[in-house]
Design a protein around this ligand. Structure first.
Ligand code: ZN
Ligand code: ZN
Length: 62
């Protein structure tokens, strides 16, 4: 029996409406720490979003 892998928000802090979507591969900058984000559509880098428990796109609480 194969172990089920949890894919929910792992390494990808996004709300349900933003999770799994495609984003422009243009780097943006995190409003929290100033580090580059994976996409210019993101407000926060994944580290800050995880720390705050928010979607990195719309800042909705996760
Ligand atoms: Zn950050
Ligand atoms: Zn969102």
């Amino acid at each position: 029996m194969a172990k089920k892998r949890k894919s929910k928000h792992v390494g990808d802090p996004k709300c349900e409406s933003h999770f799994g979507q495609m984003y422009a591969a243009v780097m943006g900058s995190c409003k929290g720490c100033g580090n580059p984000t994976a996409s210019s559509a993101f407000q926060l880098c994944s580290v800050c979003a995880k720390k705050r428990g928010k979607c990195q796109v719309c800042l909705k609480k996760l």
